[in-house]
Design a protein around this ligand. Structure first.
Ligand code: SF4
Length: 358
């Protein structure tokens, strides 16, 4: 059976945000050319299917210049003939009409934009290079061009963020009328600017209050909290990400990308040098045992409110899930609903999963 999902990591950003340690460099035109040369070889060797979902993430894909963005999308065209959801991540400062024309020409029908906060001072504190008005303008431009399947990323537990600032951000984000919102609390990564400066996220109690406020405001407005960090209006779940959570196979290309094919899970190198000069670009290539796959499958599927299809799981692994994990299925936050195993409180999922590990 073929693979349905393709992810491509674009490892460049215009500037590096202070909380981020994703795999990226500040954009350099020549380096991006070399990266595209290498990516085209990687795609040639690995892309063999027609993908139902394609996700171009990063980094910031729209940091590429127009010619490079066109070249990237042309490279993928042969594998996008029956794509249903084709997403690209963008930042407001690198999105304009010309880029949107290129995106549309190649079938991109979903855009994920980093907003993080609607408070311009807070945006500066976290190293973002745009204002809330920039986001508003670009979302209007996308909609004028017929792209309304838009997701925005927001963050909470940021240094200097108050409940009032978060409240205001939620109100402004809701006024944008977009169907999908991802929300992440700040995790301070050691290699980020924040990590190096010893900056930390907010106190746990404030973070919990912020989480409650988010739940309340978004659910009032009809957003479904369908995955640990994701909310959407009915029918606007990210199909690509549902593939991950459904534990489907997926191909990941470029630096830092991961993929899963059968019982093999790999992560590509984050080093440009290795990526450019070596044939084997994987830093990690794991062969998972049946038990490891079963646990990962449960772990991923319980992240969404749709949970895990018990019968499909039993067929896939030739087992009886309810008997195999007695402690897990008896956890008070687990229920069986219409043949699916569901976690009733996503906020405590990590604790629930411990019972499946026993
Ligand atoms: S948050 Fe996004 S835009 Fe900012 S540095 Fe990280 S990948 Fe780049």
């Amino acid at each position: 059976m073929g693979i349905n999902h393709l992810y491509i990591h674009v490892p460049f950003c215009k500037a590096i945000c202070y909380y981020c340690d994703f795999c990226h460099r500040v954009y350099d035109e020549k380096l991006a050319e070399r990266w595209l040369d290498r990516l085209s070889r990687e795609a040639e060797e690995n892309c063999k299917d027609q993908y139902e979902t394609i996700y171009i993430g990063g980094g910031t894909p729209t940091t590429l210049n127009d010619t490079q963005l066109k070249r990237l999308l042309e490279m993928i065209d042969p594998f996008a003939e029956r794509v249903m959801e084709y997403t690209i991540e963008v930042n407001p400062e690198s999105l304009d009409q010309r880029k949107i024309d290129i995106m549309k020409k190649h079938g991109i029908n979903r855009v994920s934009m980093g907003l993080q906060s609607a408070d311009d001072n807070l945006l500066k504190t976290i190293g973002r290079r745009h204002s809330f008005d920039d986001v508003k303008d670009r979302i209007a431009l996308l909609k004028d061009n017929g792209i309304s399947n838009i997701s925005i990323d927001l963050m909470y537990s940021l240094p200097g963020q108050t409940m009032q600032i978060l409240q205001d951000t939620l109100n402004k984000a809701l006024d944008l009328n977009i169907p999908h919102i991802s929300l992440y609390s700040l995790t301070v990564e050691e290699n980020s600017v924040f990590g190096k400066k010893g900056i930390s996220s907010l106190d746990e109690d404030i973070e919990a209050d912020m989480y409650e406020l988010i739940e309340q405001r978004l659910s009032e407005k009809g957003y479904i909290h369908y995955e640990v960090s994701n909310y959407c209006l009915k029918g606007y779940e990210s199909r690509h990400n549902l593939g991950y959570w459904n534990y489907d196979d997926f191909l990941g290309l470029s630096l830092g990308a991961s993929g899963k094919i059968g019982n093999s899970r790999y992560t590509n190198t984050r080093s440009f040098e290795k990526y450019f000069n070596e044939t084997d670009i994987r830093d990690e290539d794991l062969h998972l045992s049946r038990e490891e796959m079963m646990f990962e499958n449960i772990m991923m599927s319980l992240r969404t409110i749709y949970g895990l299809d018990i019968e499909a799981f039993n067929r896939k692994y030739d087992c009886d899930l309810l008997k195999e994990y007695p402690k897990g299925v008896n956890n008070p936050n687990i229920k069986v609903d219409h043949g699916r195993l569901v976690c009733t409180d996503l906020a405590v999922l990590n604790r629930v999963l411990l019972d499946f590990m026993d």
